[in-house]
Design a protein around this ligand. Structure first.
Ligand code: SAH
Length: 263
């Protein structure tokens, strides 16, 4: 029997371009893209009017669209139909001490692929880098979110002092901090012990290249929402530690621990 499901559809071949847009998405809408997006579609991917693209905006799911036309510095797209429904993604913040250009970009890209919801730079006692280019890092997060297929873009926040963020800590959110001193329990066992409490909001924190100061370790040890963990016997660079810790969290408490839903 030949049914509608057997007819090759637009959705059978995923569009080559997947773009994050600010506009609301719904069938029949027409959206103007940014000059950067227009340039990317036209000159990098060499797409033409009529070619398919996918759009998401963080709230309305992912939509199939086609390029309506290009002009000088602009492109418009026609929104056709829903490809994927919006889903609830893990509520996972990453707190990280700013590190040098290049490695901080890597950290933001990988953390986005690993599903963090908020990227929060924190200034610690041994931080050597204090300035954070929020705009550049946000652009990195958007690009990584587009490429990795997630339905949101993590929120890139401005840097705050560690003391302040701990003083203003939101009720109900746990904080797993990566303690290079080795005094914390192994990460997998510590996270597994938390699994029965179900899906809670969490944050993961890694320190700067200089590590945490003794006074910071003392302050963290006193806070009821904090859990120290060890990432094994080797000293990791801060960016490696962030990627490793996020992968462990996703595998035990996050969406890697769930069956993959049908697309
Ligand atoms: N210079 C410091 C190391 C800092 S490594 C020292 O010599 O002790 C940067 C950050 O990565 C640390 O603050 C910590 O959060 C994380 N990290 C690195 N290796 C780790 C490990 N084996 N276990 C837990 N956290 C680690």
């Amino acid at each position: 029997m030949t049914g509608a499901r057997d007819i090759p559809s637009f959705d059978a071949a995923p569009p080559r371009a997947r773009l994050f847009v600010g506009a609301a998405l719904g069938a029949g809408g027409s959206i103007g893209l940014s000059p950067g997006q227009a340039q990317y579609l036209r000159h990098v991917l060499r797409l033409k009017a009529g070619d398919p693209v996918a759009l998401f905006n963080g709230t309305d799911g992912e939509w199939a669209a086609t390029i309506a036309g290009f002009g000088k510095g602009w492109a418009s797209v026609d929104v056709l139909r829903l490809r994927r429904r919006q889903v609830v993604e893990p509520d996972l913040w990453l707190l990280f001490a700013p590190i040098e250009h290049g490695r901080i970009d890597y950290l933001v890209q990988k953390a986005t692929e690993l599903g963090v919801s908020v990227l929060q730079p924190v200034i610690t006692a041994h931080s050597r880098v204090h300035r954070v280019d929020v705009e550049r890092l946000s652009a990195n997060a958007v690009e990584a979110a587009q490429q990795t297929g997630r339905l949101t873009v993590p929120e890139m926040r401005a840097a705050v002092p560690l003391q302040k963020i701990l003083a203003d800590w939101p009720a109900g959110r746990r904080l797993m901090f990566c303690d290079e001193s080795g005094s914390g329990p192994p990460v997998a066992a510590a996270l597994s012990a938390e699994a029965p409490s179900g899906r809670l909001p969490w944050a993961v924190m890694v320190g700067p290249e200089g590590g945490f100061a003794a006074s910071e370790l003392d302050a963290l040890a006193k806070l009821p929402f904090v859990m120290a963990v060890s990432l094994g016997p080797r000293l990791l660079r801060a960016d490696t530690a962030a990627v490793a810790a996020l992968a462990c969290w996703q595998a035990v408490l996050g969406d890697w621990a769930e069956a993959t839903p049908d697309p």
